[in-house]
Design a protein around this ligand. Sequence first.
Ligand code: GDG
Length: 462
Amino acid sequence: MSRLVVISNRVATPTTGAAQAGGLAVAIQAALSERGGIWMGWSGKSTGDHEPGKPVFHEAGRITYALTDLSQTDLDEYYAGFANSVLWPLCHYRMDLTDYARKDMAGYFRVNRFFARQLQPLLQDDDLIWVQDYHLIPMAAELRQMGVKNRLGFFLHIPWPPPDVFFALPVYDTILRGLTAFDLLGFQTRFDAENFASCLEREGIGRALGDGRFEAYGHSFRVGVFPIGIDTAQFAKLAEEAIHKVSFRRIEKSFRERDLIVGVDRLDYSKGLTHRIEAFDKFIAANPAYQGRATLLQITPKSRSEVQQYSAMQRQVAELAGQVNGRHGTLDWVPIRYVNRSVNQAVLAGIYRMAQVGLVTPLRDGMNLVAKEYVAAQAPENPGVLVLSRFAGSARQLDGAIIVNPYDVEAVANAIAKALSMPLEARRERWESMMPHLLENDISKWCRDFLDALRQEGVAVS
Ligand code: GDG
């Protein structure tokens, strides 16, 4: 069996805290343990003004972790700059938020070349190489230039936009060329894959050869759809066990006699937090019976605070939540509990199970794992209701959710009311229509499906 080599911006090592080791990390670690292999990426550390040196290796069983520091300039240009101030907003259809600078673009390519140089000497002929996400699009082209002939796969965790959005990127051609140097490109949904194909076809850059194969820039490759899952069975168990824990009971007690609506999102403009708070505001105003009774618990760990749009958003969301609380709150009822930090995963699972409504309303999201976790955490005999944005990739699979347009805040307000008053039989029916799919299409299957497809690609001929 070929070894597996995974490259991602961040690496979950065995010493990474449990809160960070999500399903993806566990699945990748399982695949690496099975075949043996390397997981390479940024160490999370900055060397400041110094040039970064060689990677630091950690061995754990059959896995070698290769962690590389980056300089502050690298991080500013590659991570905060081109990846998170250009590619992230663009792929989430937010051309208005892109902040393009040639310096950042050059830094992005420089860091990718640096990673490729670090990786190349570690490779064996038969290794399968799997690159994760938008930070590392140029990796394949860099490795090929160094003469690497291994099979190269790429999975994009975020959406791919339509041509009119993507072509706003000044270096769109270089990015497309970079992607087409892989042998297999994986997207979350059929829509993302179709958008990508339209980008190739619109300007005659590439053409479909049938059966998911494309040809562009003189190279042929496959495009596939691999919707990411969670460790469903494990998450369900975690939720079931959580509610018996003493630490959890304290939280539960604080919500007794209240209807609980839960939202869990990194603090990110793609997650639709301000629209969601406005919708909750409208729901409370239009449904006096829920005044003093319904609480929105919004758990929102900070993220990417080094990027200007994110720090501005932090203030905006906190202010809005404060206004709604000021408008509707009473001496003994806070309508929105806004928690601006990360909570333990077991507690999170228990909160999902306790909440009557899971409110997942991103304006655009590659998949959204919170939606899947909320469903997995429900008690089969008394499940809650998921309210889900049609613009999350997971809406393609979770058809038992109440599907909403997050821009229509009145419709979201009505959906909250509908979810809270839904009879048990209807809730069960909806939950039962989703859970078997989540159990079958879990994170291990996602990993297996991608690697099987990559293995089937012939060994590249430069
Ligand atoms: C990207 C794409 C795609 C959140 N708060 C806490 C916490 N979390 C965990 C959730 C969930 C994960 O973080 C978030 O995953 P999402 O899928 O919702 O969103 P992104 O971070 O934007 O992920 C996305 C994903 O990649 C995978 O391909 O689905 O579309 O944007 O697992 O539970 N976990 C803990 N405490 C928190 O406070 N423990």
